[in-house]
Design a protein around this ligand. Structure first.
Ligand code: ATP
Length: 283
């Protein structure tokens, strides 16, 4: 089976509170984009499935999220084939685009078909929750509100289709370290989530785009923050309707209603950055 595993962007990311179990309650409006990894999932008999990807540093010893998804499916359903999984990565790794979770979600869908299990999307998402907190959203896809750790999902009216330019600056951001820096009581600016939901309801792309907001941007180290801001400035200067960081970063994206403007932003960012992508929203 050949599948595409699509990346997500965060139209909003808010942190509501720190829970007693140490996790944070989040509120995020998520959107699938057409930037995707290419997967093959092939049943094998008489041996354990193997894992291969074109990025040698990705785990292939059972800890790859794609392999974990196959194992979680077999555990949950009590049957299902061993599979060889091959991944061609196009989604940058550790980028805030949920690349690993997207691969896991694609494998869950493949396993569902290969085993003829006929599980509904909600059931697959529940299995995905055991693999990672972004996996349930990646199973559902489209435009959705994700709450809790990301597993409580509400489908939303689709974001009107638009062009998306993504740029990943070449520095890593540690998600646990970023969470550790957040003091929920000291968050001053938050996304206008009700405003985003109303704009989605009205099919108002510009209304969504001007409300993009990610609270993680406010706890970045100053030199990282200025680089993120510089990328956003290029996107806006080229005509983006709005720009923001996705997830725990460092990828920055801009939404465009005009392809020429998006292409111009892509070309300008490509002069300074290696990992720049021009894609579209997917609903
Ligand atoms: P998120 O937006 O959900 O925080 P991310 O985009 O920041 O995710 P990923 O690209 O999903 O991060 O990778 C996070 C970690 O998962 C990396 O350390 C990577 O080695 C590991 N990993 C395991 N399986 C995969 C996979 N199939 N693709 C990418 N990373 C994987």
């Amino acid at each position: 089976m050949e599948l595409s595993a699509y990346a997500k962007i965060n139209l909003t990311l808010d942190i509501l509170r720190k829970r007693e179990d140490g996790y944070h309650d989040l509120q995020m409006v998520m959107q699938t984009v057409t930037l995707a990894d290419a997967l093959t999932v092939e049943p094998v008999e008489g041996r354990e499935g193997a894992m291969a990807s074109d990025l040698r540093y990705l785990p292939a010893d059972g800890r790859n999220l794609a392999q974990m998804a196959a194992a979680a499916f077999r555990n949950a359903v009590g049957e299902g084939p061993q599979v060889d999984i091959t991944i061609q990565k196009h989604i940058p790794v550790c980028a805030g685009l949920a690349g690993g979770s997207a691969d896991a979600a694609a494998v869950l869908k493949a396993m569902n078909q290969l085993a003829g299990a006929g599980l509904a999307v909600r059931e697959l998402a529940a299995i995905g929750e055991k693999v990672g907190s972004d996996v349930p959203y990646c199973v559902l896809g489209g435009t959705a509100l994700a709450e809790g750790r990301g597993e409580r999902l509400t489908p939303l009216p689709p974001l009107p289709n638009c062009h998306v330019v993504l740029c990943k600056p070449p520095f890593p951001i540690s998600t646990p370290q970023l969470f550790a820096k957040v003091n929920v009581r000291k968050i001053v600016c938050r996304p206008d989530t009700p405003g985003v939901l109303a704009a989605l309801e009205a099919g108002d792309l510009a209304g969504v785009a001007r409300r993009l907001y990610n609270v993680f941007e406010d706890v970045l180290e100053p030199r990282r923050k200025s680089e993120i801001d510089a990328v956003k400035a290029v996107l806006i200067d080229c005509g983006a309707l709005g720009a923001s960081m996705s997830g725990s970063g460092p990828t920055v994206f801009g939404l465009f209603d005009d392809l020429d403007a998006a292409q111009a932003a892509y070309d300008r960012l490509k002069e300074s950055y290696q990992q720049v992508f021009l894609c579209e929203t997917l609903n």
